[in-house]
Structure formats: structure tokens, C-alpha cells
Design a protein around this ligand. Structure first.
Ligand SMILES: O=c1ccn([C@@H]2O[C@H](COP(=O)(O)O)[C@@H](O)[C@H]2O)c(=O)[nH]1
Length: 235
């Protein structure tokens, strides 16, 4: 997949986990041409982020809508159908077979790429057990990657630590997007399965999602440039 990403900057996706569209715009303008791809999650989506997504697309940025949809198949189908009109590049759904099949139906022939979230990067084996799962993280990620491939989604969200095992399951054509990226020395926060940007790229991740290490940095532009340098050095 990696060879299909024309602009190296597209490999870094900056998570706009901020409360308002104004805050998001401040980051986008601070980063300038140092970032080309932005992720909008719940926080911003519930505060005007869908209009922002449309606007960023018209300004030539790429947008990843991280809504992690999960519902009965018909509802997911209809929700995805609506979202295809925004012009965003990626949309997440949870990697449950019914959910993924519903999403694929809703996407139809649209250009939107669907990403299946396998196991959240804030989970370890103990968290999965607490949530009622009988599988370890790597086994659940493997199973869900297989199911995602069968359902016809376009890519996988997993920790960079699972990139190699996922690539073996999904083959060369699906995209792998990895949150839980932490430059050396940065605060881990609630993430449990982390790698550095260079480690993630070397492991074969296509796109890295980076939020707090950039948006909460004293100098976000310098923090983003440092992540890009690591990506460039490892690519
Ligand atoms: O498994 C997942 C899926 C999504 N995320 C999202 O990525 C960013 C990570 O932000 P950081 O501040 O770099 O931790 C955040 O928006 C999550 O909702 C994830 O972390 N793990």
C-alpha cells in the first residue's frame, strides 16, 4: 500500500481532538503546509466538525472522520450513505462483521475508504478480558483483520505493534492506519500499545495518527516537523 501514497506528508494524520472549530483552525493554520491530513473524532464532530471536514476538503486537506460507527447493519448502511457526501478520505467503523458489511453496502461505489477498528490502542489483554472477550489483543486483531478483509472494507486501524501480523492477514492492497504513536520521551497518556513514528513506519504502517504529542506541544509546528522527520528517515 505504501507505494500508493504520493505525498509523504499524507503518512502523518494529525488528530484534531480539540473542543471547537476555532481551536481546530488555529492548529491547521499553525501547521500550515507541515501537515496535509487531519482526523476529526467525536469531540469535534459533535461541535461543528462535519462542516469543518467539508471545509478542509475544499481547502485541499485530506480528512479522516473517526466516528467508529457501530449499530445494526441497516443503520450503519444509512449513516455511511450520508457520510459519503462529505468528500472525506477515511471513515472508521468498529470491526464487527454486521457493522462492516452494513458500511460496505452504504459506501457503495463512493470514493470514501472504510477503516475497521480492530482493538483500541488503549486496551491490553486485561482490558479485553474486563470487556468480556476471551481473546488476547493480538488474537482479536488477527480475527478482526480476517473478517474485515472478507467484508470488503478498505483498511484496518490497529496498533503499529500489530502491523506485521495484520499485513500477513490482509495482503498488500488494504491500508493500515496506526494510532497510539508516541515520539520518544512524550507522555503515553491512556495509550497502552504504542510505538514511535520511526518504529511504526519500519513495521510497515501506511499512516500514523498523532494527536496529543502535536496538538498539546508547546510548539505544534516543530512537533509535527519532528514526527515528519522521523517518518522520512524511516520510510
Ligand atoms: O485504536 C484507536 C483508535 C483511534 N484512536 C484515536 O486516535 C487518536 C490518538 O490520539 P493521541 O492523542 O495521539 O493518543 C485519538 O483521537 C483516538 O480517539 C486511538 O487512539 N486508538
Amino acid at each position: 500500500m505504501t507505494q500508493k501514497i504520493n505525498d509523504l506528508r499524507d503518512r502523518m494524520i494529525v488528530a484534531l481532538d480539540v473542543p471547537t472549530v476555532w481551536d481546530a483552525y488555529r492548529i491547521v493554520s499553525t501547521l500550515g503546509d507541515g501537515a496535509s491530513f487531519y482526523k476529526i473524532g467525536y469531540r469535534l464532530a459533535f461541535a461543528g466538525g462535519l462542516d469543518l471536514a467539508r471545509q478542509l476538503v475544499t481547502e485541499g486537506k485530506k480528512v479522516f472522520l473517526d466516528l467508529k460507527l457501530h449499530d445494526i447493519g441497516n443503520t450503519v448502511t444509512e449513516g455511511v450513505e450520508s457520510l459519503t457526501k462529505l468528500g472525506v478520505t477515511f471513515l472508521t467503523v468498529h470491526a464487527y462483521p454486521q457493522t462492516m458489511r452494513g458500511a460496505v453496502e452504504g459506501r457503495g461505489e463512493a470514493a470514501l475508504k472504510l477503516l475497521a477498528v480492530t482493538a483500541l490502542t488503549s486496551y491490553d489483554d486485561g482490558d479485553l478480558k474486563d470487556a468480556g472477550y476471551g481473546l488476547a489483543v493480538r488474537d482479536l486483531v488477527r480475527l478482526r483483520a480476517q473478517q474485515a478483509r472478507s467484508a470488503g472494507v478498505d483498511g484496518i486501524v490497529c496498533s503499529a505493534a500489530e502491523t506485521e501480523l495484520v499485513r500477513d492477514v490482509i495482503g498488500p492492497d488494504m491500508v493500515i492506519v496506526t494510532p497510539g504513536i508516541r515520539p520518544a520521551g512524550s507522555a503515553v497518556g491512556d495509550q497502552k500499545r504504542t510505538l514511535t513514528p520511526a518504529e511504526a513506519i519500519r513495521a510497515g504502517a501506511d499512516h500514523l495518527v498523532v494527536g496529543r504529542p502535536i496538538i498539546r506541544a508547546a510548539d505544534p509546528r516543530a512537533a509535527a516537523a519532528a514526527v515528519m522527520d522521523e517518518i522520512a528517515g524511516a520510510a
